[in-house]
Design a protein around this ligand. Structure first.
Ligand SMILES: *[C@@H]1O[C@H](CO)[C@@H](O)[C@H](O)[C@H]1NC(C)=O
Ligand SMILES: *[C@@H]1O[C@H](CO)[C@@H](O)[C@H](O)[C@H]1NC(C)=O
Ligand SMILES: *[C@@H]1O[C@H](CO)[C@@H](O)[C@H](O)[C@H]1NC(C)=O
Ligand SMILES: *[C@@H]1O[C@H](CO)[C@@H](O)[C@H](O)[C@H]1NC(C)=O
Ligand SMILES: *[C@@H]1O[C@H](CO)[C@@H](O)[C@H](O)[C@H]1NC(C)=O
Ligand SMILES: *[C@@H]1O[C@H](CO)[C@@H](O)[C@H](O)[C@H]1NC(C)=O
Ligand SMILES: *[C@@H]1O[C@H](CO)[C@@H](O)[C@H](O)[C@H]1NC(C)=O
Length: 500
């Protein structure tokens, strides 16, 4: 308060014009938001020796032209001119008195508009001193409307590596203009654009561009609008769709003969999640003692040399299909683990073979039990697998529908063959309950084949189809008549063929 008083005294000392000492006191500038109200101060001070105030006039001064706003006259009263009539009033009721006091002619300016921005002059007409005036600069501010939006709810990662706008931040019709910045760990760039409106407001738009890919998925993007000394922030999380990134896990480089319980798992990072996994061998055919469970290839029984080869997993989502692969080689004996990495403890290495045999036997029993369980369960349930098989698989007669203990595991659900496979149209080469017809087979591996405990694919034919694939489809299958099975080509075959 003391400071302020001192300031005023200083001002007066500086401003005192020549002899009179009368002074019109005003603020130098004022501001208000659109729609708000401001007070424009005007005081006639140091009226000593007393002067007669004959009129006070408020004027708007813009672009070199003056426009009357309000007039207070001691004998004629108060007049507020039309464009300001409803929004401008003298603050002191004494201004309107019959014998008015015109020392304080502060006006109240309400419901501000952008067009009200101007200098306002308060002019005192006095006798005998003459005219005294001062002015205030009124600035009208407009709060912007701000918002942030994603360009699209989901962005698809394309191989093109092109930057695309993923989000837009907007500060519309602000005065003074806002500044837009971004806060994110994404490596992208912002592109800002300013539009000046006729009414003096400015619209600022900022686009954020990134190369959408896996690493941009789920990243947070924050827009910071700085308006005067205010910070307005808004965030979004990007949802990037990308094709699967595939790896095949499970091969530890130590698949030795007779090892049990080996499997390969197809791991895919994908958005949306993978809907179909397909397995195939790069060269040659899938071993026949393999079962597909979701994205896992489970090898039944002990490791044999036949498992060697390159396994390829194709993972598909709505964006695309990508492959992963692993080259499996089979060793005769276990590798000595460097640091006990493969689960075989160091001290058991010496007696590894014996223990391995014993363990193998036990495991075999376990597997047989599990197979029996699975088989019985499968028989109880409706078959839910994907019967997209294009080639017939048949057993060797060791197990029959409804007969005895099944000696084979559930057969691979989905054996897929190329569209050009013509043998699918042939009559089923299915062995009857007594076994398959040896006469149908024209290759010399028959004797060996008979020794196999499991069903087998006709290898004489399958050699022609390197592209055989095994697939598991997550999408629920449409319900089909109980013992009919739909084929990918739209046909339907009897499921009975499958349970030989
Ligand atoms: C008021 O504004 C005018 C121009 O708009 C400028 O020349 C003048 O210096 C300003 N006065 C003050 C006190 O800011
Ligand atoms: C003020 O003058 C400038 C040019 O001198 C003109 O462009 C502008 O429209 C004028 N504004 C008003 C409110 O008359
Ligand atoms: C200023 O102009 C813009 C564009 O014409 C308009 O959208 C906005 O509402 C105006 N602002 C005010 C406060 O009149
Ligand atoms: C994704 O794109 C960003 C650039 O936006 C790049 O820095 C990053 O290496 C890319 N990541 C992958 C996995 O491609
Ligand atoms: C696998 O087959 C491709 C052609 O189909 C051939 O170029 C390649 O040498 C084969 N690889 C092996 C290991 O047999
Ligand atoms: C396959 O995966 C689904 C979920 O992804 C799971 O509910 C189901 O139990 C899995 N089936 C098998 C046989 O692992
Ligand atoms: C078997 O595969 C592993 C890993 O792929 C490799 O390190 C090793 O050298 C291969 N061994 C033979 C005999 O090819």
């Amino acid at each position: 308060m003391a400071m302020l008083t001192a300031f005023w005294i200083f001002l007066m000392a500086v401003y005192v014009p020549g002899g009179g000492g009368q002074q019109v006191q005003m603020d130098s500038s004022k501001w208000g938001f659109v729609g708000s109200q401001v007070e424009l101060r005007c005081l006639f001070v140091n009226s000593n020796p007393p002067v007669k105030i004959s009129q006070v006039t408020w004027q708007k001064f813009l672009n070199g032209t003056k426009q009357n706003v309000a007039i207070a006259n001691p004998s004629l009263g108060v007049s507020v001119l039309p464009p300001f009539k409803d929004r401008v009033s003298f603050k002191q009721p004494a201004v309107r008195h019959r014998t008015p006091s015109l020392e304080d002619t502060t006006i109240t300016f309400s419901n501000l508009r952008l067009s009200d921005e101007a200098a306002y002059i308060c002019e005192y007409t006095t006798f005998p001193a003459g005219n005294r005036e001062n002015m205030v600069n009124l600035t009208v501010l407009a709060r912007p409307t701000t918002g942030m939006s994603l360009t699209a709810p989901t962005i698809v990662a394309r191989p093109s590596n092109r930057k695309v706008t993923v989000a837009t931040c907007l500060s519309a019709n602000g005065k003074p203009p806002s500044m837009i910045t971004w806060d994110t760990r994404l490596k992208g760039e912002a592109s800002n654009q300013e539009t000046r409106n006729a009414n003096g407001t400015v619209t600022v738009r900022s686009n954020y561009l990134v190369v959408p890919n896996r690493s941009t998925h789920q990243q947070k993007l924050t827009c910071i609008v700085t308006y005067r000394n205010e910070r307005i922030t808004d965030s979004v999380i990007l949802n990037v769709l990308y094709e699967p990134e595939v790896t095949v896990e499970g091969f530890d480089g130590n698949w030795f003969l007779n090892r049990q319980d080996v499997q390969l798992t197809c791991k895919a990072d994908a958005n949306p999640p993978v809907s179909v996994y397909q397995w195939k061998m790069l060269n040659g055919s899938m071993p026949n003692n393999v079962e597909i469970r979701n994205n896992t290839l489970i090898f039944k029984g002990p490791v044999t040399n036949e498992l060697a080869g390159t396994y390829v997993c194709d993972a598909t989502n709505s964006i695309g299909t990508r492959s992963g692969q692993v080259e499996v080689n089979i060793t005769e004996f276990p590798n000595i683990p460097q640091l006990g990495g493969d689960g075989i403890p160091q001290e058991q290495q010496s007696s590894g073979a014996a223990i391995g045999g014993a363990v193998g036997g036990v495991a075999l029993l376990g597997v047989a039990g599990a197979l029996l369980f699975i088989f019985l369960r499968r028989r109880q349930r409706t078959f839910k697998g994907d019967y997209s098989t294009k080639k017939h698989v048949f057993g060797n007669g060791y197990s029959k529908p409804g007969g005895g203990i099944p000696a084979h595991p559930p057969m691979p659900k989905n054996l897929q063959y190329p569209e050009d496979s013509d043998d699918e149209k042939k009559p089923a080469q299915i062995g009857g309950p007594g076994g398959f017809e040896g006469s149908d087979r024209d290759y010399d591996g028959e004797a060996e084949d008979l020794k196999r405990p499991y069903f087998t694919v006709d290898e004489g034919e399958s050699r022609d189809y390197d592209e055989r694939t095994l697939a598991f489809q997550y999408d629920p299958e449409p319900e089909i008549a109980d013992d009919m099975v739909s084929q990918t080509d739209g046909s339907v075959i009897s499921k009975k063929e499958w349970y030989v």
